[in-house]
Design a protein around this ligand. Structure first.
Ligand code: PAF
Length: 278
């Protein structure tokens, strides 16, 4: 496995290694990331994973400085998973001058995550577009754990005519249902035991949708109250359409239930797709 730090080195290296399958990450890798590497691997070609903690997508009060950086173990995991090239640029390589041109995400980027993390999707879309231009992959893998991010990347690729296939990886969960996330590292022992409640609240909402309940607002409020009752600070629990994350109507069948909530000082997100029979 090659470790490359500059755009020039990467371009030279990849010139004779097409096609490229790409897995962008911010490091602190877990089984969720490695499952994306395996999806990329299955496509054949050269697998490139990037490790870059992107300041642009963190708000001023967010955890950019403390975001877990575990470079050596990340590289060991990527090598084991069969990555060919790790691209790990420093900030000056990605942002050699102030990043004045930015990608403006569509209006849905201001709802859900975007409402509580202003600027987040602009920062994500900008760095993802830059990484796509640098790596020039034919395929890129993103996890469904960040469902809204996946949807926004997909629509960016569509609307800007990028010749890249976006492949979605399923959320990987611990045995108790907790979605794997780098931010799970922030949880204390007691919080870790409590954390699967978010998954259970979404799973219960999903079950009620499957049972035919359609009063989305009532279902969302009940899940929110469940979390609040256990000491969480929920930001949203929402039933949306899978395709565009807009509000569903009574006849929509492909739904997704999304939630974000603070457990102590840690913000967790999760979601579950709901495919109702026609
Ligand atoms: O999902 C992430 O880890 C990041 O948002 C991404 C896509 C690597 C962009 O920084």
């Amino acid at each position: 496995m090659e470790l490359l730090r500059t755009v020039a080195e990467l371009r030279t290296h990849l010139a004779a290694r097409q096609p490229v399958a790409f897995v962008p990450t911010m490091g602190n890798l877990h089984e969720g990331h490695l499952s994306l590497v395996r999806l990329a691997r299955a496509r054949g070609g050269c697998v490139v994973a990037s490790i870059f903690v992107n300041r642009l997508q963190f708000g001023p009060a967010e955890d950019f400085d403390t975001y877990p950086r575990t470079f050596d173990s990340d590289c060991a995991g990527l090598a084991d998973a069969g990555v060919d090239v790790v691209f790990a640029p420093d900030e000056r390589e990605v942002y050699p001058e102030p990043q004045e041109f930015r990608v403006a995400p569509p209006p849905i980027g201001e709802a859900l995550e975007g409402e509580f993390r202003p600027g987040f999707f602009g920062g994500v879309a900008t760095v993802v577009l830059k990484l796509f231009n640098i790596v020039q992959p034919r395929m890129a893998a993103f996890g469904k754990k960040d469902y809204q991010q996946l949807m926004i990347v997909r629509s960016m690729v569509r609307q800007l005519n990028l010749p890249i296939e976006i492949v979605a990886g399923e959320t990987i969960r611990a045995a108790d249902g907790l979605a794997l996330s780098s931010r799970n590292n922030y949880l204390s022992g007691a919080e870790r035991a409590e954390a699967p409640r978010l998954y259970r609240a979404l799973a219960s909402l999903k079950e009620q949708l499957t049972d035919g309940k359609r009063d989305f607002r009532v279902l969302e409020s009940a899940a929110t109250a469940d979390l609040q009752g256990a000491g969480w600070r929920p930001e949203y629990v929402a039933v949306r359409k899978q395709a565009d994350l807009q509000l569903p109507g009574p006849t929509d069948r492909e739904l997704v239930v999304l939630g974000a909530a603070w457990l102590g000082a840690t913000r967790l997100i999760d979601n579950l797709e709901v495919n109702l029979p026609r």
